[in-house]
Write a protein of this length. Structure first.
Lengths: 440, 449
C-alpha cells in the first residue's frame, strides 16, 4: 500500500506537467479559473497523499521503507537503479512541500489574477513540486541531483518571471552562476562516493565508511556535499544572490527563498547526517559556516530598508542557525526548525506585499513609532564602531566586490590568451593576403 | 534483410553529388531549397530504415582506393547528419536562401561518414574543407582556417605515407593491425582528430568560420564528425595498447577544450559566436567519453545524438528569429520572448536537453560519462564536471541575451511565433529526446557496435 501511495505521489505531478506541456504547445486556451481550480485539487490530493505517508512513517519511525525499481540504465557492469527511501525526513519535507505549494497555488489565484504569465507560473511551480518529491525520497546522490536540478532551473526561471525588465534577468543570471558552481559539488560528491565507497546510496554510505580505508578521498565527499548545500541555502560565500532573487512574483519568492528551496541545503546535510557524524572536522566546518552566515546576514539585514530584502537576510540568518544545529548533532530539532521556519517565512513573505496597507488600514496591526530597536550588545559598542559596522554592513561587507575580483583574477590568463590568439590570427590573415597577392 | 544492391549502396552519395554537380550548370532558383530539404528527409528515412535493421553491415569497394561501407556507427552518424539538418532546415524552407553549394557540403559530409579507408576519407575531407576557401580567398580572410587545414592535409598525407609503407593504404580503418600504431602515427592521428573536431590547441580555425559561413554550412562541416570517426575507427581499437601519457593528454585536452570554449562563449558579445562556442564546447566533450571506458563510450554516442539534434535546432531557431530581428544592433538583451513565446520555450528546452537538466537525455550522458571517466582518472572526471557547469552558465547567458530582458525593438507586432506545422520537426525531436531522457535503455540497447 505504501508503495502505491508513493507511486501516486510521484506520478501525479509528473502527469500534470505533461498535460500542461501539451496544452502549451497545442492551441487549447485554458481558462484561468479552470486552471486555478485544477491546481487546487491537485495540491489538495498531493497534501492528502503526503500527509498519509508522513503519518505512516511517523508511527513507524525510526524504521524506513526502501523501494527498489528495475535498472533505469545498465551499461556493462554499471547500473543505475531507481532507489527511494520513505523515512521521516523525506516524508516531512514532502508534506511540507505539498502543503505550502498548495497554499501558494491558492494565494496566487488572487495575487496573479489576469496576469499574463499565470500559466507559466503554475507550470514552473508544478515542476518544482515534482523536483521536490524526487529530492525528498531520493536514496542516492544521482537521483537527488535530478530533483535538485529541476528545483534550481524553475527557481531561475521564476526569478526572471518579469522577463522584459533588465533587473530580474540580471539577478537570475547571478543565481544561475551560484547554482551551477555549487551543483558541481553534488556531481563531484556522487563521483567521489562511487570511487571510494563504490556506492552513493545514503543508507549504506555510513556502513561502508567502517570498511573504507579512510584517507582524504572519503573526507572530500563531505566537503563537496557542504559546498553543494551552500548556494541553495544562501550561506557564505554564496549569500549575495539570494536577497537579489526577490525580483520574481511574491508567491514564488515565498516558496523558494522563504520556505522550500532555501531549506534544501540543510536537508542535504541532514540526509548525510550519519556520514557527517564520522567526521567531526566536517561538522565544525558546517557550524562555522552557519555561525558566520548568521552574524553576517543579521548585520546586513538590519541595514536594508525594504521588507522582502530584510526577510531574505533574516531567512539566511535562520538557515545559518539550522546549520549550527546540524553541526551540534541536533538533527531532529533541525528538522523541526526547518518546518516551523518555512511555515513562518511563507506567511511573512506573503504578507510583505500588503505591509503598508496593513499599517494604514488594518486595526489589528499597531504601529508604534516610539519602539527603539536596540540589543544588549549594542550598548557596549562605541558610536564609531557602530558607524563603521553600519557602513560595511550597508555594502554587504563588500562580498560582491571581492567575489568579482577573484573571478576576474581567474579569468585574467584566459583573457590574455584570447588577445594572443587574436594577434596570431591577424598575422595568419596578413600572410594569406600576401600569398594571394603574390599568386594573382 | 541485406541491402546489397549497387543502387542502395550508393544512394546517399549519388543523391547528393549528382544534383550538386548539376547545380553548377543550371540555376533552379528557390526550387533548390525544397529539393535539398526533400533529399535530406529521404536520406533520413533511408538511414533510419537501415539503422533499425538488426546486425546490418556491408562494404562496397568501387575501386581499391575508393571504399565505402555501411556499419552501425556510420549508419548512426549518417542518420544524425541528415536528420539534424532536416530538423534545422525544414522550418526555414520558405525564407532561408540555401545555396546549391550546401549540397556539396552534404555530399562530402556523407562521403566522410561512409568512407572505409584512409584514402577515401582524405578525399572527402579535403573536398569539404576546400569549399569555403573560395569565398575566403575572394574576401581575403580566413588565414588561420587555411593554414590549419594545410597542416592537417600534410599530416594526413604523412599518415597515408606511413600506411603505404606497411601496405595498409587501402586497408579498412578499423582493421589496422596494432603494429601500425607507432608514436608518429599516434601523433599524426592526434593532430587530425583534434583539428577536425576543433579541439584546443588546434581550434583557432573555428573562429575564422563563425560568422563567415551560414549556420547550416558550418553544421554540415561539424555534424559529419570527421574527428570522431577517425578516432572511433582508427584509434579506438588500439587505445588499450596506447601509452597512458598519450591517453591522458587526449582526455585532458578534450576537457580543457570544453572549458575553453565555454569561457570564450561567456566573455563573447556576438550572438552567433556565442551560440557556436556553446555548441563546440558540448561537442568537445564527445571525445572525453570515447576515451574513457565502455560506460562512457555509450554515453558519448547518446551525447552525439543530443547535441546533433539540439545544436542544429538552436541554430535554426536563432536563424528564424534573425529574419525579423537583426542581432547586429548591439544590445545587452534582445528580449524576443515577447514576440516568440513558443520558440523561446523550445530554445530553452533544447538547451536544457544539452546541459544535463534532469528528464533530458544529457542527464543520462553526464551520469555515464562522469562515472566512466572517474573509473579511469578521478581528477579528469572533476574537470568534466567543471566543463558541464560552465556549459550550463553559458547556455543561460545565451538564452537570457536572446529572449529575456527589455526588447530594443519597440515597433514590431506581437506574437510572431511559428505555426504548429512549422514547429512539428522541433516538437518531434523534443519528444524523442525527452523519451530517451526518461527511458534511456531503449536507446542504449541499440548501441551495440
Amino acid at each position: 500500500m505504501i508503495e502505491n501511495l508513493f507511486l501516486a505521489i510521484f506520478f501525479t505531478p509528473f502527469l500534470w506537467i505533461l498535460l500542461l506541456a501539451f496544452i502549451f504547445f497545442s492551441r487549447i486556451k485554458l481558462n484561468e479559473l479552470i486552471l486555478s481550480e485544477a491546481v487546487k485539487y491537485l495540491s489538495l490530493l498531493m497534501t492528502i497523499f503526503t500527509a498519509f505517508l508522513l503519518g505512516i512513517t511517523f508511527f513507524h519511525s525510526p524504521a524506513f521503507l526502501l523501494l527498489d525499481y528495475p535498472d533505469w540504465i545498465q551499461v556493462g557492469t554499471y547500473q543505475f537503479k531507481f532507489r527511494f527511501i520513505v523515512d521521516l525526513l523525506g516524508a516531512t519535507y514532502a508534506f511540507l512541500a505539498s502543503a505550502l505549494i498548495g497554499l501558494i497555488f491558492r494565494f496566487s489565484r488572487n495575487y496573479l489574477h489576469r496576469e499574463e504569465g499565470y500559466f507559466r507560473f503554475i507550470f514552473l511551480l508544478s515542476i518544482m513540486l515534482f523536483g521536490l518529491m524526487i529530492i525528498s525520497f531520493a536514496r542516492s546522490l544521482d537521483i537527488l541531483f535530478a530533483g535538485w536540478e529541476l528545483v534550481g532551473t524553475t527557481s531561475i526561471l521564476l526569478i526572471s518571471y518579469f522577463y522584459n525588465k533588465p533587473q530580474p534577468v540580471y539577478h537570475a543570471t547571478k543565481a544561475v552562476i551560484s547554482y551551477r558552481l555549487c551543483d558541481m559539488g553534488i556531481l563531484a560528491a556522487a563521483a567521489w562516493a562511487h570511487l571510494y565507497l563504490h556506492s552513493h546510496d545514503f543508507t549504506v554510505i555510513s556502513r561502508l565508511l567502517d570498511h573504507a580505508h579512510g584517507g582524504p578521498g572519503v573526507v572530500v565527499i563531505g566537503l563537496f556535499i557542504i559546498w553543494a548545500s551552500l548556494a541553495k541555502a544562501g550561506q557564505l560565500p554564496m549569500t549575495s544572490w539570494l536577497p537579489t532573487a526577490m525580483e520574481g512574483p511574491t508567491p514564488s519568492s515565498a516558496i523558494f527563498y522563504g520556505a522550500l528551496s532555501v531549506h534544501l541545503g540543510p536537508f542535504l546535510l541532514l540526509r548525510f547526517s550519519e556520514y557527517f557524524s564520522h567526521f567531526p572536522l566536517l561538522l565544525l566546518i558546517v557550524g562555522a559556516i552557519g555561525f558566520c552566515t548568521a552574524i553576517y546576514a543579521s548585520l546586513v539585514g538590519r541595514t536594508r530598508s525594504d521588507a522582502k530584502t530584510m526577510l531574505a537576510y533574516s531567512t539566511i540568518s535562520q538557515v545559518g542557525i539550522i546549520y549550527i544545529e546540524i553541526a551540534l548533532g541536533f538533527t531532529n530539532f533541525a528538522l523541526f526548525h526547518i518546518v516551523t521556519h518555512a511555515s513562518l517565512r511563507t506567511y511573512q513573505f506573503l504578507r510583505s506585499s500588503s505591509l503598508i496597507q496593513d499599517f494604514v488600514e488594518n486595526p489589528a496591526v499597531e504601529f508604534n513609532s516610539s519602539i527603539k530597536r536596540s540589543s544588549f550588545f549594542e550598548n557596549y559598542f562605541s558610536i564609531e564602531l557602530k558607524k563603521k559596522l553600519y557602513i560595511h554592513a550597508l555594502h554587504g561587507f563588500h562580498l560582491d566586490f571581492y567575489t568579482y575580483k577573484i573571478l576576474n583574477m581567474l579569468f585574467w590568463p584566459f583573457k590574455a590568451y584570447i588577445q594572443l590568439e587574436e594577434k596570431w590570427m591577424e598575422s595568419d590573415t596578413k600572410l594569406l593576403k600576401m600569398l594571394l597577392r603574390k599568386f594573382r | 534483410m541485406r541491402f546489397t544492391s549497387l543502387f542502395l549502396e550508393l544512394t546517399p552519395l549519388v543523391s547528393t553529388f549528382f544534383p550538386a554537380i548539376l547545380s553548377l550548370f543550371y540555376d533552379f532558383g528557390r526550387k533548390w531549397q525544397n529539393f535539398i530539404i526533400s533529399i535530406l528527409a529521404i536520406l533520413t528515412l533511408f538511414f533510419a530504415s537501415i539503422f533499425f535493421t538488426e546486425n546490418f553491415s556491408s562494404s562496397f569497394d568501387v575501386h581499391h582506393f575508393f571504399d565505402i561501407r555501411f556499419n552501425k556507427i556510420s549508419i548512426f552518424i549518417g542518420l544524425l547528419y541528415c536528420g539534424s539538418l532536416f530538423v534545422g532546415l525544414f522550418p526555414l524552407r520558405h525564407s532561408q536562401t540555401i545555396t546549391p553549394t550546401f549540397l556539396f557540403y552534404v555530399a562530402n559530409g556523407l562521403g566522410i561518414i561512409l568512407a572505409n579507408n584512409l584514402t577515401t576519407f582524405f578525399i572527402f575531407f579535403l573536398l569539404q574543407r576546400v569549399i569555403p576557401l573560395k569565398g575566403f580567398f575572394r574576401e581575403e580572410v580566413g588565414g588561420t582556417y587555411f593554414f590549419q587545414h594545410v597542416l592537417t592535409g600534410l599530416c594526413f598525407l604523412a599518415l597515408m605515407f606511413l600506411a603505404y609503407q606497411q601496405g595498409l593504404l587501402i586497408t579498412p580503418m578499423s582493421e589496422m593491425p596494432s603494429t601500425f600504431f607507432s608514436w608518429p602515427v599516434l601523433l599524426l592521428s592526434f593532430v587530425i582528430v583534434y583539428e577536425a573536431h576543433g579541439i584546443f590547441p588546434f581550434h583557432s580555425w573555428v573562429h575564422d568560420v563563425v560568422g563567415k559561413l551560414p549556420w547550416y554550412e558550418f553544421s554540415a562541416i561539424f555534424l559529419c564528425r570527421a574527428g570522431i570517426l577517425i578516432f572511433a575507427q582508427l584509434l579506438l581499437p588500439s587505445l588499450k595498447y596506447d601509452p597512458d601519457i598519450f591517453k591522458l593528454t587526449l582526455l585532458g585536452l578534450s576537457i580543457f577544450s570544453s572549458i575553453y570554449w565555454s569561457m570564450r562563449g561567456i566573455v563573447e558579445f556576438n550572438l552567433s559566436k556565442k551560440t557556436t562556442y556553446f555548441y563546440i564546447a558540448q561537442a568537445s566533450l564527445l571525445l572525453t567519453g570515447m576515451q574513457a571506458d565502455l560506460t562512457a563510450l555509450k554515453g558519448s554516442y547518446l551525447h552525439m545524438l543530443v547535441i546533433s539534434i539540439s545544436g542544429t535546432s538552436l541554430f535554426s531557431i536563432l536563424s528564424f528569429v534573425q529574419q525579423s530581428f537583426s542581432f547586429k544592433r548591439r544590445s545587452q538583451y534582445y528580449g524576443l520572448a515577447i514576440y516568440y513565446p513558443k520558440l523561446a520555450t523550445l530554445f530553452c528546452l533544447f538547451g536544457f536537453c544539452m546541459i544535463g537538466v534532469s528528464l533530458g537525455p544529457s542527464f543520462v550522458v553526464e551520469d555515464l560519462v562522469i562515472t566512466g571517466l572517474l573509473e579511469y582518472h578521478q581528477y579528469l572526471g572533476l574537470g568534466h564536471v567543471l566543463a558541464t557547469c560552465l556549459n550550463g552558465v553559458l547556455f543561460f547567458l545565451l538564452f537570457t541575451k536572446v529572449f529575456l530582458g527589455p526588447s530594443p525593438y519597440k515597433d514590431q507586432p506581437l506574437n510572431m511565433d511559428m505555426s504548429l506545422f512549422e514547429m512539428f520537426p522541433y516538437l518531434l525531436s523534443l519528444i524523442i529526446l525527452f523519451c530517451i531522457g526518461i527511458m534511456p535503455s531503449l536507446f542504449l540497447e541499440r548501441i551495440t557496435w
